[in-house]
Design a protein around this ligand. Structure first.
Ligand SMILES: [Zn+2]
Length: 129
């Protein structure tokens, strides 16, 4: 029994045996050069070159590695101030906006409840006196 070597309907050939020039790892070697250049540049950012920890994030200004520590307020490489709400991980930025307070929405209910309670208390005192 021989391995299938017939071209598929899309013109590609099955990938097996020695890697031919049609194999994806060779056929795409000239594509995405801009992305590859970007990641090569990122590899030389401060702290990246030396290797980071298992969980860390990156500076928005100098691309440097910043150890994951909620108390960190400035980049150890360039001194840029870090925004605690936005963190840049390797290939995404996480924006964590804390929810706004519900006090303004609940204030009318709170005041109404306090008013009813005060009225009931005054009526109770007047009835007892
Ligand atoms: Zn920095």
């Amino acid at each position: 029994m021989s391995a299938p070597t017939e071209p598929r309907p899309d013109g590609s050939r099955p990938s097996w045996g020695n890697i031919s020039d049609a194999h994806w790892s060779r056929a795409r070697k000239d594509s995405n050069q801009e992305a590859l250049a970007y990641y090569r540049e990122r590899s030389h950012a401060p702290g990246v070159r030396e290797g980071g920890e298992e969980r860390n994030f990156y500076c928005m200004e100098c691309d440097g590695v910043i150890p994951y520590d909620p108390a960190t307020r400035a980049c150890p490489h360039c001194g840029a101030t870090l925004d605690a709400k936005a963190r840049r991980y390797f290939n995404w930025v996480e924006i964590n906006e804390p929810a706004e307070s519900d006090l303004r929405a609940l204030l009318p209910l709170l005041l109404g409840g306090a008013l009813v309670l005060a009225t009931a208390l005054v009526a109770l005192i007047a009835w007892l006196a």
